[in-house]
Design a protein around this ligand. Structure first.
Ligand code: ADP
Length: 409
């Protein structure tokens, strides 16, 4: 009996030893596994990047049926991976292309092996989500497409900001339009009473000059001067308000002829001031002729007005870029503080008193409005005492001008 007990105890002890051995081995294996996992988590290169990124990454086969759907896709669209595997991606997400048709996208994708653009996707709950989508073809060694990878980014925040900006711009444009309209109507209606004031002041001056005392003559002269200035202001304001209104006629305009006309208009001033004016050959552009005359005349008369007293020169240069003309009016005049280079294009902004240089401060605002009305931009480069370069651009093609005019009206 005790022999049997002894042998059983012995067997149990052996068994126990084996089990302990096995447990130790298993523990070692668990430890090794834990170590491997820990060390994986510490090595960024070995993290499952596709699962941790915030963009939805969808891999499809060459029929655009979903093969893989990452965690971000689950969160973004509301379907779990096992619900969508094997389904055609475009049908599942009911993709909308706001800027082109599905066929156009298909053609571009097949030609380049890549397509990137904005789309709208439907979530599982039917709501729409704006997406920036980049789709890349996966090819085999023979260049045959065997699948695709789409990286889809939720751009809801960006779209919201863009929409708010658009709304603000629309509101600003409407307010601006109201103001321009008001200025136009007011200046138009002011013309008539002003004409009357000026006429009677002139009568007073003609009839009673020398008959009243010296002070009265002086007062009448001041009043006449004020009325004349006001007339100029109103004329300039009216000119400003007219730009961009519906009745403007766009046509092919030779800037060479425009310049000849402007030089004729300014002939007297040019002779008086001895300014030498040279120019590159000027192009023909699609424009409103009267506005081109006004643009060149304002820039040239400024260059004459703010001239250098010794040896004043003005050169009009022309450069052609692929889509636009760059035209520069370069003078060697008094120059402008670069800090003021934006301000001078705003209505009524002047850098000098009327006593130093006459003017209403509307000329450059008119230039800016004309250039913008033709789809171009205007600016100045200058340093005090070193002359100024007023540069403006005009689109080369008629289509670009038409698009700019259409979007402005
Ligand atoms: P105005 O000539 O009636 O004052 P503008 O709008 O044409 O109004 O010009 C605004 C201001 O810009 C001018 O008062 C002047 O200070 C500055 N300016 C414009 N053209 C020139 C130039 N060619 N050289 C120096 N300053 C200039």
């Amino acid at each position: 009996m005790s022999d049997r007990l002894d042998s059983t105890t012995e067997e149990l002890m052996v068994e126990n030893g084996r089990l302990q051995q096995e447990i130790a081995t298993l523990q070692q294996q668990v430890e090794r596994l834990e170590n491997t996992q820990n060390s994986r988590a510490n090595i960024p290169g070995q993290v499952d990047v596709i699962q941790v990124v915030s963009d939805a990454i969808v891999v499809t086969d060459n029929q655009f049926c979903i093969q893989s759907w990452n965690h971000a896709a689950e969160m973004m669209y509301g379907w779990q991976a096992d619900e969508v595997l094997g389904q055609p991606i475009i049908t599942l997400l009911n993709t909308l292309f706001p800027n082109e048709t599905l066929e156009e996208v298909g053609v571009q994708f097949l030609a380049a092996g890549y397509w990137k653009g904005r789309v709208q996707h439907h979530r599982k709950d039917g709501t729409l989500i704006p997406i920036l989508s980049a789709i890349t073809a996966i090819q085999d060694e023979n260049g045959r497409m065997i699948g695709s990878v789409s990286v889809n980014r939720d751009i809801s925040d960006q779209v919201q900001i863009e929409e708010a900006l658009r709304e603000r711009t629309r509101a600003l444009e409407a307010r601006n339009e109201d103001l321009t309209q008001f200025a136009y109507v007011a200046s138009h209606d002011l013309q008539e009473p002003l004409r009357m004031i000026t006429a009677y002041l002139q009568l007073l001056s003609q009839r009673y000059s020398g008959q009243l005392d010296e002070e009265a003559d002086e007062f009448i002269a001041f009043a006449l001067d004020g009325a004349t200035r006001m007339r100029r202001l109103i004329t300039d304001l009216l000119a400003y308000g007219k730009i961009g209104r519906n009745n403007q006629v766009f046509a092919e305009v030779s800037l060479e002829k425009v310049l000849q006309q402007v030089l004729a208009n300014l002939e007297l001033r040019i002779q008086e001031t001895q300014v030498s004016i040279t120019h590159d050959p000027l192009p023909t552009v699609f424009a409103v002729k009267t506005q081109m005359i006004q643009l060149f005349q304002n820039l040239l008369s400024n260059a004459i007005k703010f001239r250098n007293q010794t040896d004043p020169t003005i050169h009009i240069s022309v450069q052609r870029e692929p889509t636009r003309w760059i035209i520069q009016v370069i003078d060697n005049g008094i120059g402008i503080d670069p800090d003021m280079s934006e301000r001078i294009f705003t209505i009524f902004q002047r850098l000098h008193t009327r006593q130093e240089y006459p003017g209403t401060g509307i000329g450059l605002a008119i230039c800016k409005k004309i250039v913008q009305n033709h789809g171009g931009t205007i600016g100045v480069q200058s340093q005090p005492g070193e002359g100024s370069i007023f540069s403006f651009t005009l689109p080369i093609t008629r289509e670009t001008v038409e698009t700019a005019v259409a979007s402005a009206s």
